[in-house]
Write a protein that binds this ligand. Structure first.
Ligand SMILES: NC(=O)c1ccc[n+]([C@@H]2O[C@H](COP(=O)([O-])OP(=O)(O)OC[C@H]3O[C@@H](n4cnc5c(N)ncnc54)[C@H](OP(=O)(O)O)[C@@H]3O)[C@@H](O)[C@H]2O)c1
Length: 468
């Protein structure tokens, strides 16, 4: 028996994805660089599924039916190139390699180009949902040629999460569109995680709530329009008690946030493409700042204790609206970035489809996505979702609370970078007159960079001071 699909890489994601495919009725060939991991996988996790293990690359490739469809689930970066090089001698023309890791879209473009010269089809595919999603149904974002997608479409749509709007998988677009969209998904994920953490910080530092009480609030919120995977895991985290100390475990976790790069790439790309994504970008910096634990400890000692202002418990309602506001604007920024990239890189991404496949399986799935889809459906050109009556209404309801939270947090010395940058993003974009006129004047003053005028056409320069 030959396998329908091959999976390379049997760490958490690869194991679960292989099992998911097999449980949907396909025979799956598997290979991992370190044989021990393959053995362990087969012994401990395979329970009658059609999994065909191999311990060398040639046998693995030969165990997959032609044209082959081989999914790579290995560490992003050079391991993907190394694995492709190892596979190539045994592949035939029109075989398909699918890179399902978190590769940088620039690498995906390069691989697409290189492999097309060698007659091999290639898809760059984002997979979101962690190990649970990989096993039970992730959100899948494949990009490349439509021809390549068609070869694997049946498998992907079967294994993807399902919602009332269909399987959470679509052909995202040309070239590296799949990895680009997955990268921005992660950028939005960083921003929402940070916004939730800021709300938590206000609750514990200003409202003096304990973790279990905070967990109860998030649990309630998860039954409302804020319902989302990230709010759900937050309440579960808050209520998780450490067996050893009997304290909420979250209180024992060191406040240094790690990152693997996709948030940083999103921020860098937004800067390169000139799209404003301040909430997404500061979420990355918030993790960076968290790393300076020793310095923070020392400076907090030198600067002394911050005076927290008193706030009533009803601030919780404002926090809820403030979080909702930031979540909305995080999506607004991310969608705008995808739209711009789609134009610049000819991805041809359908943003409505992107929002649809984020509804299930993925880390940023949220009830809010239905609202965003309805706004975008009204006017598909409204790529940052701002120019809509629904958005105006939403902002009217949420902005006063966001401002109140921002003000109380500021007065109390609690940093809320995502909550406050979301406000500035909205205020700036809804302001006809920004002080950029002064910046232009300053640039012209010291660098003769010229400026445009509001009262006549052309480019101007003024001698602001006498040069001796
Ligand atoms: N973990 C998540 O929640 C998650 C979610 C979405 C996407 N992703 C992405 O999915 C991919 C896999 O993630 P993961 O967490 O399962 O595993 P990982 O820790 O990123 O990677 C480990 C896997 O890569 C293999 N590998 C590393 N270097 C290799 C090389 N030079 N040649 C061949 N194989 C090599 C390892 O093989 P050995 O056993 O031989 O070391 C192992 O199978 C990554 O791109 C990750 O960013 C992860």
């Amino acid at each position: 028996m030959k396998a329908h699909v091959g999976v390379v890489g049997l760490a958490v994601m690869g194991q679960n994805l292989a099992l998911n495919i097999a449980r949907n009725g396909y025979a799956v060939a598997v290979y991992n660089r370190t044989a021990e991991r393959t053995k362990q996988f087969v012994e401990e996790r395979v329970k009658g599924e059609k999994i065909i293990p191999s311990f060398d690359v040639q046998s693995f490739v030969e165990s997959v039916e032609r044209p082959r469809k081989i999914i790579l689930m290995v560490k992003a970066g050079s391991p993907v190139d190394e694995m492709i090089e190892e596979l190539l001698p045994y592949l035939d023309k029109d075989d398909l390699i699918i890179d399902a890791g978190n590769s940088h879209y620039g690498d995906t473009n390069r691989r697409l180009e290189e492999l097309s010269h060698r007659g091999i089809l290639f898809l760059g595919m984002g997979v979101s949902g962690g190990e649970y999603g990989a096993l039970h149904g992730p959100s899948i974002m494949p990009g490349g040629t439509l021809e390549a997608y068609k070869m694997i479409q049946d498998v992907l749509t079967k294994i993807a999460a399902k919602t009332e709007d269909g399987p959470c998988c679509t052909y995202v677009g040309n070239g590296s569109a799949g990895h680009f969209v997955k990268m921005v998904h992660n950028g939005i994920e960083y921003s929402i995680m940070q916004a939730i953490s800021e709300v938590y910080d206000v609750m514990r530092k200003i409202l003096k709530m304990n973790s279990v009480e905070i967990g109860e609030v998030f649990e309630e919120w998860n039954k409302s329009e804020l319902a989302s995977f990230l709010v759900e895991i937050t309440y579960k985290i808050m209520k998780h008690i450490d067996e050893e100390t009997k304290k909420p475990l979250v209180e024992l976790i060191l406040d240094k946030a790690e990152q693997k790069g996709t948030g940083k790439w999103t921020a860098q790309t937004a800067l390169d493409l000139g799209v404003p994504t301040p909430s997404l970008n500061v979420a990355v910096f918030a993790r960076t700042i968290s790393h300076f634990k020793e310095q923070r400890k020392e400076l907090s000692r030198i600067f002394g204790e911050k005076k927290r202002v008193h706030a009533e418990q009803r601030l919780i309602e404002d926090l809820k609206k403030s979080l909702h506001f930031s979540m909305f604007l995080s999506f607004s920024q991310g969608l705008w970035l995808i739209h711009e990239a789609s134009n610049v890189y000819n991805y041809n991404v359908d943003l409505l489809e992107v929002l649809r496949i984020w509804k299930g399986g993925c880390i940023i799935r949220a009830k809010l996505l239905d609202l965003l889809r309805s706004i975008l459906r009204e006017n598909p050109q409204n790529v940052n979702l701002l120019a809509s009556e629904t958005t105006i209404q939403f902002v009217k309801e949420k902005l006063p609370s966001a401002l109140k939270v921002n003000s109380i947090a500021r007065e109390s010395g609690v940093p809320t970078p995502v909550l406050s940058n979301s406000i500035d993003y909205l205020l700036s974009l809804t302001e006809e007159n920004l002080p950029a006129n002064l910046i232009q004047a300053q640039r012209d003053f010291f660098g003769a960079h010229t400026f445009e005028r509001t009262d006549k056409q052309g480019t101007f320069h003024v001698e602001w001071q006498e040069l001796e």
